[in-house]
Design a protein around this ligand. Structure first.
Ligand code: PEP
Ligand code: MG
Length: 751
């Protein structure tokens, strides 16, 4: 049975669409289980019916025709009760509902199981036999396992809109409007634009079916890539020529031979002439050759299959490199991909990027933080993104609800354009707050600072009159390179920032890599990176990297006195002691070398539950604390901040989170120190009244939200905020807290 399950999954992975997947499933199930027929019914939400989607053993003409209303018959019963039904004679069951197909086929033995994805029933698989006997326990277990495995694939197809189009009978060729996908709304705002799809680099299996119209241009791109690839292989050959025996070098000659005019190169050219893109042609030619070698009896020849693939990957990398340099981003680019990196974002020229849509990621992924810093609507964690069909399509991104619309109707498009204009106007309406203080109605002043970094900031924070930088993610100096930056390279970057904000304070966080932030030139391979070698742990293990960075920060601050240094991912007091020793050493060395420096204020980030419960002792060792709520929430609630599957469990208003923050603030105050919060929660409108009531001295956020937060603070009395906090701390779930705060703050608006 395991082999059958694996084969079904493989078939599903290789099938062109959901219809073919399910058709091969019913065949395989009927073979595996001793059944006369196997049918798959999928639920049509719109019509509230179960539709026969695939069959093996029943009349194929009934597919898409046979529809069973919700609430009737055994199919509905299985779906409603969300459990399998295994009976010896379906016809005698009180809820049996005879439909057209039952008239031709007198089946009795009946086994059905629900297809459930994330608590939602998508359909039912049914097997039947003529004998009036139940199916055996193993067959039942097989069907349950298969359903659990298959439900994800069906959900993906459903999410991509393909499934609903098929249910409506609108197969390719007919116009389908307003195809809707759903993801996690990560950065608010709505936008319409043109999709530019990013594919994983050098992954042949990720190459989509693409057709092209400009054949001549495609051939030029291909010839160029082929030439580069041949040159690279030749270079390897020469480099290894001294150390490898001639027989080993023969492999490189074989590679070059395969690429010559009579080999793969020509086959690819022929496909391009038919209007197929160079990458798709390469994928298909490599796959044919690979399969050809893989089925040979001779082990030596079988292994050539891997050589072909590796050659294909190399050529693909050259093609993609070539394409990247020639890629044109439209004026209103919406970047779409299964996974989008900071580098992908950085590739898009200034002011062309208007939206981000990604299959992976969640609210506090760094890509979301980046999009937020740029003020660009983003929807991440979108299931079933039909990447191949999306490129160059007009797309609407609704970062408020998490909806993506493809092939939008004129009506929908106009409604969104109007909303877009209104949002821009609301932002402009807040500009009057720019020079006003962030203080409550009864005069409590809160410092509002900005988070910068991850990418060179497009500089609106200064124009918005922020009171300083609450978090500079110094990783920006380390990204997009092939080695660590030198001390001087870092000094130049840090100096620009310190000088731009002077005399306002700038909190520079020391290098925080690990987890989901990796450097191409400093690979960290771990089974569990979130709990692994991250932040301060890495830099204390590499004092040479830490010291270079600290020296660069201190040198950059010469003549200015606004540098503050902050340590990420502190989980032990000893980490602060060790870091302080190194910082003092760097400071003394530079003083001795004749530099005039002020010793920077030092801060520790509270991102780990352990640090919350040691907040007082940690605060005594430094000048300030800053809560990194993005990480703190993930560690408190055990919810990966990047994982879309558990995004609904990542709740910043979870009572445990509120209590932890409240505790940290109180402990920090007992030590007489200053405390800020620099995670995304600082700009969450529902959280803001609670944070100021807790006693945070500073909220640090991306500049896009600064004025909105200021307006919230200027709209509330501290006493009222404290009352809200007291009530919220006694509630037991985030949804109630959120509803309660919204109701109360809306009352303020209408007063
Ligand atoms: C945080 O964890 O809240 C934080 C500010 O750091 P980062 O998002 O860079 O991990
Ligand atoms: Mg963090």
């Amino acid at each position: 049975m395991l082999t059958t399950l694996r084969r079904i999954q493989q078939d599903a992975d290789n099938s062109p669409d959901i219809f073919h997947v399910l058709q091969s499933v019913v065949k395989a199930v009927r073979n595996e289980i001793n059944a006369n027929c196997c049918n798959i019914f999928l639920f049509d939400d719109e019509k509230q019916e179960y539709v026969l989607f695939a069959t093996d053993g029943s009349n194929p003409a009934a597919v898409n025709q046979l529809r069973i209303p919700h609430g009737k018959g055994l199919i509905s019963l299985i779906a409603e009760r969300a459990e399998p039904l295994n009976i010896d004679d379906a016809t005698t069951h009180p809820q049996f509902f005879a439909h057209a197909m039952d008239a031709d086929e007198p089946y009795h033995g009946f086994l059905g199981a629900p297809l459930i994805h994330r608590k939602q029933t998508l359909g039912v698989i049914v097997t039947q036999k003529t004998a009036a006997l139940p199916f055996d326990a193993e067959e039942e277990a097989f069907l349950i396992t298969l359903c659990a495995q298959l439900a994800g694939t069906i959900a993906q197809a459903r999410a991509s809109g393909h499934f609903s189009a098929l249910l409506r009978g609108q197969v390719s060729g007919k116009k389908v409007e307003n195809i809707t996908l759903k993801g996690i709304p990560c950065v608010s705002g709505v936008v319409t634009g043109q999709a530019t799809v990013i594919y994983p680099q050098a992954d042949l299996s990720a190459v989509p079916d693409q057709i092209i119209t400009d054949i001549e241009n495609e051939l030029v791109i291909f010839e160029h890539a082929l030439h580069t690839c041949r040159k690279e292989i030749d270079k390897f050959r020469q480099r290894l020529g001294q150390s490898l025996p001639p027989q080993e070098l023969a492999l490189f000659d074989a590679y070059l031979g395969m690429l010559d005019d009579n080999g793969l190169g020509n086959e690819i050219r022929n496909l391009i002439h038919l209007g197929i893109s160079a990458q798709t042609a390469l994928r298909d030619v490599i796959s044919t050759h690979e399969q050809h070698f893989a089925i040979m009896d001779d082990v030596y020849l079988q292994e050539r299959s891997a050589d072909i693939r590796s050659l294909g990957q190399r050529l693909l990398a050259c093609l993609q490199e070539q394409e990247l340099t020639t890629r044109i981003y439209p004026a209103n680019t919406i970047l779409v991909g299964d996974e989008i990196s900071a580098t992908d974002l950085a590739e898009v020229p200034n002011d062309r990027l208007v939206g981000v849509v990604s299959g992976k990621g969640s609210i506090n992924s760094h890509i979301a933080i980046l999009a937020r810093a740029l003020g660009i609507p983003a929807v991440l964690g979108v299931e079933g993104l039909p990447l191949a069909e999306l490129d160059k399509q007009e797309v609407i991104v609704d970062g408020n609800t998490g909806h993506i619309y493809i092939a939008a109707s004129t009506q929908l498009r106009q409604a969104y354009l109007a909303q877009q204009a209104q949002e821009q106007q609301s932002k402009a309406d807040l500009l009057y707050l720019r020079d006003l203080p962030a203080e409550t109605l009864d005069g409590h002043r809160i410092s509002l600072r900005v988070n910068i970094g991850l990418m060179i900031n497009r500089g609106s924070s200064l124009r918005l009159n922020a009171e300083g930088v609450g978090l500079f993610r110094s990783e920006v100096a380390f990204f997009g390179r092939d080695r660590f930056p030198t001390e001087e390279e870092q000094r130049v970057i840090y100096r620009q920032i310190l000088a731009a904000y002077s005399p306002r304070p700038v909190v520079m966080r020391t290098l925080d890599i690990g987890g989901d932030k990796t450097l191409a030139y400093f690979g960290i391979k771990e089974d569990n990176p979130a709990l692994g070698w991250r932040g301060i742990r890495v830099t204390l293990d590499h004092p040479e990297v830490f010291l270079v960075q600290i020296r660069a920060m201190l040198r950059a601050s010469e003549g200015l006195s606004n540098l503050q240094i902050m340590l990420p991912m502190i989980s032990m007091a000893s980490e602060i002691d060790e870091a302080k020793r190194l910082i003092s050493r760097a400071y003394n060395e530079l003083q001795e070398a004749g530099l005039t420096l002020s010793f920077p204020a030092l801060g520790a980030m509270i991102e780990v539950p352990a640090a919350v419960y040691q907040a007082r002792q940690l605060a005594e060792k430094v000048d300030f604390l800053s809560i990194g709520s993005n990480d703190l929430i993930q560690y408190l609630l055990a919810v990966d901040r990047n994982n879309a599957y558990v995004a609904h469990l990542y709740q910043s208003l979870h009572p445990a989170v509120l209590r932890a923050l409240h505790h940290a603030v109180q402990e920090c105050k007992k030590a007489g120190k200053w405390i800020s919060i620099c995670g995304e929660m600082a700009s969450n409108p529902t959280a803001v009244p609670l944070l100021i009531a807790m006693g945070f001295d500073c909220l640090s956020m991306h500049s896009a939200n600064l004025l909105q937060v200021k307006s919230l603070i200027r709209d509330i009395h501290m006493d009222e905020a404290k009352e809200l906090l007291n009530i919220a701390l006694n509630m037991d779930n985030a949804a109630d807290i959120s509803r309660f705060i919204m109701e109360r703050t809306m009352q303020n608006d209408t007063k």
